[in-house]
Design a binder for this molecule. Structure first.
Ligand code: FES
Ligand code: FES
Length: 152
């Protein structure tokens, strides 16, 4: 039997219907048209699907859509303020910290969560925090430097 979920996404009330075993990632992408979070692996290994749920960074491929009931979900789509990019988004572009971009929404969401907890992280703290976000393209150094620049 399908479930009816009432939630808050990027500060706005949202509702959707989903299967009981549907992931939050699938509901975001297929029911709500929020395709920023990507499915890299579907098994919690790549971080491309990262969002926050009640402020906690999660892999949305490992969370049931039903868990969004009454919760606050934040996705990459809510990161810019209108047409004003978030500083992390700006610096990723300026520093060419992306290539194909599949990992980028998840890395940005994760980096934002880090800077909210720790506004001045060391390089090793950034590397540790982003260890669950895989990138096949950039070799990581530009990503780490971009997060450092955004924090500076
Ligand atoms: Fe969720 Fe890879 S798609 S961690
Ligand atoms: Fe391609 Fe990271 S830019 S996977």
């Amino acid at each position: 039997k399908n479930l009816h979920v009432t939630t808050t996404i990027n500060g706005d009330a949202a509702e959707f219907v989903c299967e009981p075993d549907e992931t939050l990632l699938d509901a975001l992408r297929n029911r709500l048209g929020l395709t920023g979070a990507k499915e890299g692996c579907g098994t919690g290994d790549c971080g491309a699907c990262s969002v926050t749920l009640n402020g906690r960074l999660v892999c949305s491929c490992l969370v049931l859509a039903a868990e969004a009931e009454g919760a606050e979900v934040a996705t990459i789509e809510g990161m810019a303020d209108g047409d004003q990019l978030h500083p992390l988004q700006r610096v990723f572009i300026e520093k060419a910290a992306l290539q194909c971009g599949v990992c980028t929404p998840g890395i940005l969401v994760a980096a934002k969560a880090l800077l909210e907890k720790n506004p001045d992280p060391s390089e090793s703290e950034i590397r540790y925090w982003l260890a669950g976000n895989l990138c096949r393209c950039t070799g990581y150094d530009k990503i780490i430097r971009a997060v450092q620049d955004a924090a500076a």
